[in-house]
Design a protein around this ligand. Sequence first.
Ligand SMILES: C[S@@+](CC[C@H](N)C(=O)[O-])C[C@H]1O[C@@H](n2cnc3c(N)ncnc32)[C@H](O)[C@@H]1O
Length: 265
Amino acid sequence: MPSKLFYEKVYKTEENFEEISDFLYDLNFNNFYFLENDEGKFLVLVSDELKKIAFIEKNLPFKLSFIEQRTTSSDDWIKNIITKPFEFIDGVYVDPDHHNIDAEYVIRIIPGLAFGTGLHATTKLAAEFLKNYLKPGMSVLDLGCGSGILSILSRKLGASYVLGVDNDKIAVEVAQENLELNEVDNVEIRESNLLEKVEGKFDIIVSNIIAEVLIEALNDIEKFLKKDGLVILSGIINSKLDLFKDFDIVDHRRKGEWSSIVIKF
Ligand SMILES: C[S@@+](CC[C@H](N)C(=O)[O-])C[C@H]1O[C@@H](n2cnc3c(N)ncnc32)[C@H](O)[C@@H]1O
């Protein structure tokens, strides 16, 4: 895949990475990563447009000291970041490199740039439901696939076909690279605003996006579901659960301030 150039702005910070992630998530900005070394903790914001980074910088309520601006190519991403493997959910590890891990499932994910490193509670909740409900041979639509983590997990859990879509070009590129890293077949990634470029019907539709966007997607979702199909939604702040009260919720899990639900039509 041809390598594309992006801007990166690096900031030193004392803040908690999880709090910064939550805030960036609320701003619907997913192209960032963190670094930690002997010199301190750093947040790196990435975009192909400097004005997008400037907007995020202005809206973050944290004390950040600007360190440098640089350009990067997608080929460099993996070289920049070193992190350790971790247990993503029960029996599933995420490995940013080629460690020797004794686990039922191992997913390789390039850290940073697209949301979905496996560290966020909303991704874990969606993955736990996939592990519960996905039976071998089912087809899966991953709406807002980010890094592709849930698409790759679905295929590893035995899905016969997975379509991952995202409206963010960087996410589509990162997800495609992650597919190659994981050497999975029968998984397709496509740029699409919600369901606009989706065709066909699926046994499971999984989506981890903010509540307001999920509600919009639910308007059209039924025609993309097979009979008895399930919709797994994550990324819902507990206080917004009410938005979903008119749907047939057959399962519900929480982690901290986040909820994930399973809907039947
Ligand atoms: C919270 S991330 C989830 C990523 C990954 N599925 C996970 O669970 O970690 C939400 C993703 O949805 C994408 N997204 C947001 N609005 C969207 C829309 N209208 N259409 C398609 N994708 C969208 C974002 O670009 C982002 O990659």
